[in-house]
Design a protein around this ligand. Structure first.
Ligand code: TYD
Ligand code: MG
Length: 454
């Protein structure tokens, strides 16, 4: 790196947009007043490659061999699934999430498992003291000597440590606390975070170390400040969930080594995070029996079906304008479904308030829950209970037709596994469905047909 000269650049602290002059509104993310002056070191052209070597020769693709043991199991099957089958050696993984959601706990547990498998693990914390980490560790369980802790925020010192000890896995607990002395901006600023990540990227690729980076999330739901971070790493995982509910969902947003959209479900207990191997059962616990306005639907999270309860409450509106509210699903979609029910089924919902809730605090956007929402709304409106053992799957179109959904077989099997006896699905999917023991499958062409089943 060329020494001495620093250039002054303005960065949007929300999205990392770079500009040579200050601006009131960021052209990148349209946020106001987010530009901060930072000085970046002027570099000599060139730089080094991600593999850490300065001179690289092209190699024939056919001769590059992949060994099976390139993937390490974290011994948490939920995490392995989200990572695409285990941790890849030499990968850089970003774990984002709100403060207090359990990122440090999760990674400490991963460290313990890996250390038990005789991997050398280094946990670097820039946020907590050794004692604080020890207190958390005591709640989680026993740790062996393969796990080393380091409380440090200077990247130069961390880099030196990593190069000297050569660990297999490194955790950097929070990228926002790390700083590099040669960069004059404050820790957490775009320049620092970007610089820190590029140093870690080179360490990961050059020394074949798997590195986890913890990143805090802003209230908009992106990793604080720089979204640039997401472009640099191999895998981005978000840890989400209601802080007040005990379950947590780990979601893959980007994965260079596997599919995204996979989720892992965990539960926060007094001794750390526990994997929830059967999330459907977990989500349906506490479902009321014989209550009207409640129905079970099935949503796919990646390749995994998940049964969820949808609740609706429809009551007479006391004001001229009916109130509509949704929790856990798209507001506009629910409004649209209510309009379809009004027009195609002739229900006078115009004078009614309607509330729709996805139980368990989970958020579902998949259109396959449309039919369930529509049936729940009608059930509440007509005060008719829906059979406890019935599940509804299907997307609803504007003409009131029930449209096909993907992976219908997996959804029906999940329903059968949890003891449901009737499954209402789109008629167009009937052909592709194979018989599943213990569950009756009914194909419907329209919402009207589905409502007649109530
Ligand atoms: P933490 O991992 O510190 O969150 P983050 O690193 O994402 O900021 O998690 C902290 C929360 O988890 C805290 O509110 C206490 C709770 N917790 C438990 O409920 N059980 C436990 O065994 C541990 C270690 C933490
Ligand atoms: Mg933490």
């Amino acid at each position: 790196m060329a020494k001495g000269k620093n250039a002054v650049v303005f960065f949007c602290q929300e999205c990392g947009y770079e500009s040579s002059k200050w601006m009131g509104q960021c052209p990148g993310c349209r946020q106001w007043n987010t530009f901060v002056e930072e000085s970046v070191p002027v570099r000599a052209a060139g730089g080094s490659s991600p593999s850490g070597q300065t001179k690289n020769r092209p190699s024939p693709l056919s001769e590059i061999s992949l060994e099976e043991e390139d993937r390490i199991s974290t011994r948490m099957s939920e995490l392995d699934r989200v990572l695409g089958g285990g941790l890849v050696a030499g990968s850089l993984t970003l774990v984002g999430g709100d403060p207090g959601i359990g990122k440090s706990t999760l990674l400490l547990q991963v460290c313990r498992n890996l250390a038990e498998d005789e991997k050398e693990v280094l946990y670097v914390s820039g946020e907590e003291s050794l004692k604080q980490i020890k207190i958390r560790a005591n709640r989680i369980g026993d740790f062996n000597a393969h796990l080393k802790l380091l409380c440090e925020t200077s990247l130069d010192s961390i880099e030196e440590n990593i190069r000297r000890t050569g660990p297999d896995v490194v955790v950097i607990d929070s990228i926002q606390t790390m700083y590099r002395e040669s960069v004059s901006s404050a820790p957490g600023s775009v320049t620092q975070v970007r610089e820190a990540t590029s140093v870690l990227l080179q360490l990961a690729k050059g020394l074949n170390i798997s590195i986890f980076i913890v990143g805090h999330v802003t209230k908009e739901g992106t990793v604080a400040g720089p979204r640039v971070l997401e472009h640099m790493v191999d895998t981005v995982l978000y840890f989400e969930g209601d802080r007040h509910a005990s379950y947590r969902i780990l979601r893959g947003v980007k994965n260079r080594f596997g599919s995204t959209n996979e989720i892992g479900v965990f539960e926060m207990e007094s001794a750390g995070l526990k994997e929830v191997l059967n999330p459907s059962e977990f989500m349906l616990s506490g479902k009321p029996e014989d209550a009207n306005g409640s129905i079970v639907v099935c949503s796919m999270e990646g390749t995994r079906p998940m049964l969820i309860e949808v609740q609706a409450l429809v009551c007479h509106s006391n004001f001229g304008i009916p109130r509509r509210q949704t929790i856990g699903t798209d507001f506009n979609r629910v409004n649209l479904l209510i309009a379809v029910l009004e027009k195609r089924l002739g229900l006078s919902l115009g004078s009614c308030d309607a509330y729709v809730n996805i139980a368990g605090g989970i958020k579902i956007q998949e259109p396959a829950i449309d039919l369930g929402i529509a049936m729940a709304v009608v059930s509440s409106f007509k005060n008719k209970t829906i059979d406890n053992k019935l599940i509804a799957i299907g997307e609803v179109g504007l003409s009131g037709e029930v449209r096909g959904v993907s992976m219908i077989q997996a959804r029906i099997q999940e329903a059968a596994k949890l003891g449901f006896t009737t499954c209402v699905i789109p008629y167009v999917c009937m052909e592709s469905v194979k018989e599943v023991a213990g569950i009756k499958v009914i194909g419907v062409k329209s919402v009207k047909e589905a409502i007649q089943l109530l």
